[in-house]
Design a binder for this molecule. Structure first.
Ligand code: ASP
Length: 361
């Protein structure tokens, strides 16, 4: 049985297969209308969401299945002190597949340790968001026709933006992908993604502090919101909140076939005047999210039926002795799960947390 916690839990072939299946669903929607008849999805959303939760819900409904769950942890037993793992043990009695969003990093991975059904990470803190990544890949494929030979500019909050972290991981597996990181110094990409993903895969990347100078090079401009809810210091947020704003004038310098993506919600980083430009793909991206989640759930349910043994690959080779995760927002520091670490492949002697990838102390 497979879970989707990190984009690399799917091999490149599996990823491409899910994208192809989503394209087939788009072309033949009726064919899939009964595929999940009698099946139930549980959406366990401990953190706010509009698109992700409702697109999972609508995806399962379009497959003929049903949906249970909560959209506010205050309405669940979490408010009484129940752990993530206990909640999952309970939900296993009611649902065939679980999509979980949590502000605690590593919570969905901790859930896989006890779950008898597939777990999908629907966003964990500022760490990872693999189903947004599948959405982004399908959107790039549909807008530009291919996923290789691309220059992608990531703009805005690259530090806390989990969708950026996951998409860079996924794109690192396609040929000849170049990455341009457009962010103020305070919001730069975490160093573990630079070393463990970009350096390891030999991705050509550079960091710049303005959008205008790189605009003509880009095939994709991936805009992001500054993640207000992750800042501990409000003054720091105020300093960076308006760092990049895309307007029609800046877009005029872009290639005619470039696509602008944004995981949404947008706040002020894309002016509404951009929406009418044919390169603005962010609302088409939302719809792609539903189709790719249909494809993902079909595959995960199929794989679970063929092999119900829970996968333990995320924990293989991990050690626990002598380390503590340095991330205060990691599940291993907040709930009774066994802390687990793995030695970095690019920095010998450095151990990283299996749940959130932060360094061990
Ligand atoms: N919806 C995306 C996420 O959940 C992006 C955002 O919230 O800015 O990460």
């Amino acid at each position: 049985m497979k879970h989707l916690i990190d984009p690399t839990d799917l091999s490149l072939e599996e990823t491409n297969d899910i994208i192809a299946l989503a394209e087939d669903i788009i072309a033949n929607r009726r064919k899939y209308a009964e595929c999940c008849r009698g099946r139930k999805l549980a959406t366990l959303f401990y953190e706010p969401s509009t698109r992700t939760r409702l697109s999972f819900t609508s995806a399962m409904m379009e497959l003929g299945g049903n949906v249970i769950g909560f959209s506010d942890a205050k309405n669940s037993s979490v408010s009484k002190g129940e752990t993530v793992q206990d909640t999952v043990r309970v939900i296993n009695c009611f649902a065939d597949i679980i999509a979980m969003r949590h502000s605690i990093e590593g919570a969905p991975l901790a859930a896989t340790e006890v779950s008898r059904t597939p777990i999908i990470n629907a966003g964990d803190g500022s760490h990872s968001h693999p189903t947004q990544t599948l959405t982004d890949l399908l959107t790039i494929k549909r807008e530009l026709g291919h996923l290789d030979n691309l220059t992608i500019g990531f703009c805005g909050d690259l530090k806390f933006g989990r969708t950026v972290h996951s998409l860079i991981k996924a794109m690192s597996r396609y040929e000849n992908v170049k990455v341009i990181l457009i962010a103020p110094p305070e919001l730069r990409l975490p160093s573990y993604i630079k070393t463990e993903v970009c350096d390891k895969c030999g991705i050509d990347y550079r960091e710049v502090s303005d959008m205008e100078s790189v605009m003509p090079e880009l095939d994709i401009l991936y805009m992001t919101r500054v993640q207000k809810e992750r800042f501990l210091d409000e003054e720091e947020f105020d300093r960076v909140k308006d760092c990049f704003v895309l307007d029609a004038k800046k877009l005029a310098a872009a290639k005619s076939k470039m696509a602008v993506l944004h995981p949404l919600p947008r706040v002020n980083e894309i002016l509404q005047e951009v929406d009418a430009d044919p390169r603005a793909a962010y609302f088409r991206q939302v719809e792609n999210g539903k189709f790719v989640r249909m494809a993902l759930m079909l595959r995960l349910l199929e794989w679970a039926e063929n092999d119900p043994t829970p996968s333990t690959s995320a924990f293989e080779g991990a050690v626990s002795e002598g380390h503590v995760c340095s991330n205060a927002r990691c599940i291993s520091n907040l709930e009774p799960v066994k802390p687990l670490f793995r030695e970095s492949q690019t920095e010998p002697g450095v151990y990283r947390c299996v749940y959130c990838e932060a360094k061990a102390r």
